[in-house]
Structures are given as structure tokens and as C-alpha cells.
Design a protein around this ligand. Structure first.
Ligand code: 4H4
Length: 264
């Protein structure tokens, strides 16, 4: 995958040139190209921002340098999406990372200052926000998204690891995980994980994923597709946690109230 970032601060992207993403680039699984759109500024002083028409605080990124930088990109080998980083975009989630990980090229336009001239939005296929807050620039948000997407590219996490069972895969949080020692200051690893009984381990992990999701993120339950084998686990969990309200979420999800027929 080719990832291109339009930014005024290419030096900020050192973190995505290290560790797993560095190895992915060395293996040819990923290319990260940084384009400083100040290089495309047309004025003598290389201005990339200006005051807003109509007055108001702050500066806006001018359209010319960004349009010129996008037009100067080589034609993509295949599917490409241009992403505008902005707090006004839809919020980035794991399923978006999965969708993007199949693309040939992703282009991130990183805003700065108080935002963009509105005409810049015409360039973007999508406008995406890291979350419901305003940052000083889109660079940190772009790095987070690059990391979340790149780790889903086959081969990037290496032979052993897999993104298949990550949290937010099928909307469930991941089950608790343990490694050696089996007894750490009296804190024991659950016996089932030491049993070698793969079916029981799988059952325990699914139940703990369900438990953790209900307790921490009942808002995710509505997106869960329950399997037949989940129902006995859910019964056990309800009996183990009679005090928690999210079961209402569950019942509404499993047995939605009948749609009221409109009489008039
Ligand atoms: C861009 C501020 C656009 C306001 C910016 C607007 C985020 C975010 C972010 C610096 C820049 C801010 N980028 N996710 N959250 N006027 N970027 O806060 O369009 O609202 O990605 S505006």
C-alpha cells in the first residue's frame, strides 16, 4: 500500500518510520510518502494560510498549494482515497481501518491552524476525524490512522501475530490475555488457559470477550452478531452480573420491541 501524506510538518512523522511500520516498509508491504505542500505555495513568501474572509479568529489553509500538491501526485496504480483530516469528519473506527487496508493508495491531507478553505473539501473522498476534539493539526490523527490501517495489511504483523482477534473485531473487545509466569506474586493465570483443552479455551475466551464488552462498552453490543453458541454464555453472564444494566441493551438487541404499526 502507498500512503501519501500532505503536511506542513513532515518531520512529525518519525514515529511511523520506526518499529513494525519500518519493517513493513523495508519488506515492501508499505510505502509512506511525505509531501510538504508549502513547496507548492505560489507566493514569494511561500504562504500557505491566510485570514478568513468575513473576519474571525485564526488562519485558514489556502486552496492553491493543496490543489497543486494533489494534482502533482503520480496517477495511482489502483484504488485511491483522498482523506481530509478534520474534526468535522466522521469518526475513525476499526471498520474504517479495515475498509482502507484493501486500497492501493491512501492520501491524507493534514490540516493545521483553524482549518481549511472550504474549496479544499472538493478534493476529498472522505472527511475523517480521529475523535470529537480539536487538535493543533491533523498530523497526529493521520499517524494513528496510518498505524491502524497498516497493521491490517497481510504480513505487516508478521507470521505469528494476527489482527483477526483484535478488540473491535466483530465489535467485541478482546478477551484477557496472559503470558509466563503462571503465578506472578500469587496472581494466577486462569486454569483453563493452562489446560490445553482448546474447545474450553475458545469458550472461555468468547465468554470473557462478551463479559468485557458488556461491562466496559455496552454501546458496542448493538453491532454484535451473536452466534448460537453465545446464548448459553450470555445466560451464565446474566446470572454472574445480575446487577448490571446493559442486559437491557442485550435484550433490546436480541428481541427488539415490535415495530408500532401506524394506525393513521
Ligand atoms: C482542521 C481544525 C479542520 C478545524 C483543523 C478544522 C483533527 C481531528 C483536527 C487542526 C485542524 C485540526 N484532524 N481529526 N480531530 N474548521 N485537526 O482537530 O474544518 O473544523 O483529524 S474545521
Amino acid at each position: 500500500m502507498q500512503i501519501t501524506v500532505l503536511t506542513l510538518f513532515p518531520e512529525m512523522f518519525a514515529p511511523v518510520q520506526e518499529s513494525i511500520l519500518k519493517r513493513a516498509q523495508e519488506a515492501g508491504l508499505l510505502q509512506i510518502r511525505l509531501v510538504n505542500f508549502r513547496d507548492y505555495a505560489i507566493s514569494k513568501h511561500k504562504n500557505v494560510d491566510d485570514v478568513p474572509y468575513g473576519g474571525g479568529a485564526g488562519m485558514l489553509l489556502k486552496p492553491e498549494p493543496i490543489f497543486a500538491a494533489i494534482r502533482d501526485l503520480p496517477q495511482p496504480p489502483g484504488k485511491r482515497k483522498i482523506i481530509l483530516m478534520s474534526p468535522q469528519g466522521h469518526v475513525f473506527r476499526q471498520e474504517k481501518a479495515k475498509c482502507w487496508s484493501d486500497l492501493e493508495e491512501l492520501v491524507f491531507i493534514c490540516g493545521h491552524y483553524e482549518g481549511f478553505d472550504e474549496r479544499i473539501r472538493e478534493l476529498a473522498d472522505e472527511e475523517v476525524s480521529l475523535g470529537d476534539y480539536v487538535l493543533t493539526g491533523g498530523e497526529l490523527a493521520a499517524m494513528v490512522m496510518i498505524d491502524a490501517v497498516a497493521r491490517l495489511i497481510p504480513g505487516v504483523l508478521g507470521e505469528d501475530a494476527s489482527a483477526e482477534e483484535d478488540s473491535h473485531t466483530d465489535s467485541l473487545l478482546e478477551y484477557p490475555q496472559y503470558t509466563r509466569p503462571a503465578d506472578f506474586e500469587g496472581r494466577l493465570v486462569p486454569e483453563v488457559l493452562l489446560s490445553g483443552h482448546h474447545a474450553m479455551i475458545k469458550r472461555w475466551r468468547r465468554k470473557e470477550s462478551l463479559r468485557r464488552t458488556f461491562l466496559r462498552r455496552p454501546d458496542l453490543i448493538k453491532a454484535v452478531t451473536f452466534e448460537t453458541d453465545d446464548y448459553p454464555l450470555l445466560e451464565e453472564l446474566v446470572l454472574e452480573h445480575v446487577e448490571i444494566a446493559p442486559w437491557k441493551t442485550l435484550w433490546e438487541h436480541l428481541c427488539p420491541p415490535p415495530k408500532r404499526r401506524r394506525r393513521f
